[in-house]
Design a protein. Structure first.
Lengths: 276, 276
């Protein structure tokens, strides 16, 4: 499986331009799976929910998904990337990502752990991330800040994911290093597709950290992009390596989990306080 | 709170000698909390359960705990370290560690995730790790290979631990780096007290990786020992820093956890297979 990140520099609100320059980056790229950043077609910073709602896309009428389908068809691959998802029926907007074949989405995920002011703009997802067969392996999605919660990728490992696709708009400096731990503790592959550049809004300026990367189940960084600049990186992996969960002859990383004593992991904050 | 690791090189089966040389290392050390390695008084490799049972200690008649109490009294501190614990009533032997004041154990933990051939020698613990007030802060214990399961330290964070004491006999190369992620994802301090040297038994030779370390809630490595040689490292920390779980103005690391969708984390392997 040839898998790659597409590190882009989206301009806020300029969907057409963002999709065009992403396409230009892909001109000579051959891959089976390509991962683009979180919100790669719309940019990241929005003044308020109203402004966000103007670029939000229903999944069945999404210019971003249509573009991804076309790329998938033209290149004979599957494409993963993020977009602001409008759920018209329930008046919700999610920070979502999909894995798309030329037919349509194979995996659909709504970000569970919203970062900072995303909480004022987006609704948080209500479902755990799910893994699915995407043709050459089993893959699932986490989005950006989900990385800091080990529970997110753990759920995908428990759902038999071999490869975790991780569209991101990273600002904090710790993620790239932490993803090595995430891969080791779950023994799976991860592709972090981060963006570069900055966005400004009122007094606020965010600079994104680049360094998109692909990590192997043993923690090896197979490929890493620079801190600045648009860039595509592709490596060949064998996703079946991720199905071997033996750390030693006697230690299976998932079967050794002690679910019989992990009960407190599911206590609500209130239940937790009640126990003190 | 002055907290430190004591990196030692135990000789197998020579308890008296191991305790003496640990004491010699502490001659000029001032600290409030000192952490020694896993099984620091007995060494690590045992041919079989029978050999192990000869050095296993009941908690109420433990030469290792008595030594720790004396060090605690003499130095006016608390002492943490590991020992093979004999539970006579149930004919069990645990890979245990305690945090001891001059009066006796304040925290007692039996290793949950046994590494490799430890499974043939020890019984695994049946209780989650618990945090307790040890005088100047709230602390809990994980032991060595527990590091690879994010659940272990997470349970301590959810039990309001500020500092995790981590007696170890590390062989794999990934732990020291991963503990940085563990501290960031839980925002707490961790002291890994690893051993150095080698042990041989029949065809088997294990070399321990040293690099004991103290990590802050923001991932900073405050102090790290060398790969070889006995060594004590002490730093002053403010454990209350670990009570601030805000990563941004809007993100509380524990309250942001989505226990409403984490259900699959507690599925047994059988339940998990049943769902496929």
């Amino acid at each position: 499986m040839k898998i790659g990140y597409v590190q882009t520099n989206p301009k806020r609100g300029k969907r057409e331009q963002n999709l065009e320059s992403a396409l230009a980056l892909l001109a000579d790229v051959e891959a089976d799976v390509l991962v683009l950043p979180e919100l790669f077609s719309t940019g990241y910073l929005f003044a308020d929910r109203e402004e966000l709602s103007k670029v939000a896309e229903p999944t069945d009428e999404s210019p971003t998904i249509e573009w991804m389908k076309k790329v998938a068809a033209d290149k004979g691959c599957v494409v993963c990337g993020g977009f602001p998802e409008l759920d018209r029926d329930n008046n919700r907007i999610y920070n979502s990502a999909v894995i798309v074949s030329f037919v349509g989405p194979l995996v659909h995920y709504r970000k569970l752990h919203l970062f900072d002011q995303e909480k004022e703009l987006f609704d948080a997802g209500e479902m755990p991330p799910k893994a699915a067969n995407i043709g050459l392996g089993v893959a699932g999605i986490i989005i950006c800040f989900d990385w800091i919660f080990p529970e997110t990728m753990r759920m995908l490992a428990l759902d038999d994911a071999q490869v975790v696709l991780h569209p991101s708009n990273l600002i904090l400096p710790h993620c790239q290093q932490a993803m090595i731990t995430r891969c080791i503790e779950n023994r799976l592959f991860a592709v972090t597709a981060n963006r570069v550049g900055s966005e400004e809004l009122n007094e606020k300026k965010l600079t994104f950290t680049g360094h998109s990367q692909i990590v192997a189940p043993d923690g090896t960084v197979l490929k890493q992009a620079g801190a600045e600049g648009e860039e595509v990186g592709v490596v060949e992996i064998d996703p079946n390596q991720a199905s071997d969960k033996m750390v030693t002859e006697n230690n299976h990383l998932l079967k050794d989990r002690r679910v019989d004593v992990y009960e407190s992991l599911l206590y609500t904050d209130k239940e937790r306080q009640g126990r003190l």
